[in-house]
Design a protein around this ligand. Structure first.
Ligand code: NAP
Length: 317
């Protein structure tokens, strides 16, 4: 019988039995996992007292190989390479093995590494959902809009810039000075250093007002967004809302001129398959901040918590 290592709330390696499968689950030998802000915010108590129930193995984004299938599984077989966005309430990704539901799992196309695929689920789907919510077409047929993406160097942001360019948008971004070149290389038309007065004001160097602002920083303010929005239906899509912006979303709910709306990730399997297909075609890539061996997962956790990752933080099993 296999044993696996995992992390509890106190961040300790423990050995517990390999999960037994329900009929609609597959057992994945995890090759790589990626961290998201939600993982450590839950550890800090974001969802207490409802979640998590201990002992708890965190992390939802994994890629690996199927080594066993439940009796009702038809889509996957032993040996398949897969990617899963595990259920937030169960998680289990910071481990050697996880039982994943078929409905949370897609095949990983040949040529895509485990690390690149593991970066995609939460960050890629959040970027996709934000851009889909403003009507972006990803097949080249879109006429494009003026879009600002804040924190473009983040995990979500690095995918969002690439997806926005696939949608033919004119993209302005903010990031720190050290990431200006990287964000430009992802296709951004204008890159603002957030530490400069222009960057803090979100002012486009070419003077354009934005049809849409996709906000990925938790310090974004409606009072700063508002003057930069087009008066003709300009909209903020806030992925990282704070209390002020939550109130702004309520106050502007019926506004036809300028408004702010919130995004909470709801996309899943079908859309994850779409992102992997874009990756297979070479149209989307994962920007990897750092790779950490499983034994040093605590360092990966610290890196994600620092708030200064550029792209995705990966743990390799
Ligand atoms: N609504 C949802 O369902 C959902 C889902 C997933 C994520 N999110 C949210 O999306 C946001 C991004 O998540 P993530 O995991 O991708 O973040 P992340 O990778 O941890 O973001 C870190 C990056 O953000 C940059 N950054 C921080 N503050 C900035 C600012 N004021 N202006 C410009 N850049 C800034 C940092 O640059 P420097 O190092 O240069 O400071 C760093 O490169 C988070 O707020 C997260 O909570 C929401």
């Amino acid at each position: 019988m296999f044993y696996k290592l995992c992390y509890t709330f106190l961040f300790q390696f423990v050995e517990i039995p390999v999960p037994s499968l329900k009929k609609n689950e597959i057992l994945i030998k995890i090759e790589a996992a990626s961290l998201n802000q939600a993982d450590w915010r839950i550890q800090k108590g974001l969802m207490r007292p409802f979640h998590p129930k201990f002992p708890f193995i965190p992390v939802t984004d994994v890629s690996g190989e199927v080594i066993e299938v439940g009796s009702a599984i038809h889509e996957f077989k032993v040996g398949d390479k897969v990617v899963s966005k595990l259920n937030l309430w169960k998680a289990g990704g910071l481990a050697e093995y996880v039982a994943a539901s078929e409905s949370d799992t897609v095949s990983r196309p040949a040529g895509i590494s485990a690390a690149d695929a593991a970066g995609l689920p939460v960050a890629g789907l959040t970027a996709l959902q934000a851009l889909s919510s403003i009507g972006t077409k990803f097949d080249g047929s879109g006429t494009g809009a003026d879009v600002l993406i804040t924190a473009a160097s983040s995990g979500v942001g690095t995918y969002a810039v690439q997806l926005a360019k696939l949608g033919n948008h004119r993209v302005t971004t903010t990031c720190g000075a050290r990431n200006l070149d990287l964000v430009g290389s992802l296709g951004a038309d204008e890159v603002l250093d957030y530490a400069t007065p222009e960057g803090a004001a979100l002012a486009s160097p070419s003077g354009r007002k934005y049809d849409y602002i996709i906000n990925l920083t938790d310090r974004g303010k409606w009072s700063v967004f508002r003057p930069q929005l087009s008066s003709n239906g300009g909209r903020v899509v806030d992925v990282s809302p704070n209390l002020g912006n939550f109130l702004a979303s309520v106050m502007t709910l019926f506004s036809r001129r300028k408004r702010l709306s919130l995004v909470i990730l709801t996309l899943g399997k079908k859309e994850l398959g779409f992102l992997l297909e874009l990756m297979r075609e070479g149209k989307l890539k994962t920007v990897v901040d750092s790779r950490h061996p499983f034994e040093k997962a605590a360092e990966a956790w610290e890196r994600s918590m620092s708030g200064h990752a550029t792209g995705k933080v990966i743990v390799e099993m």
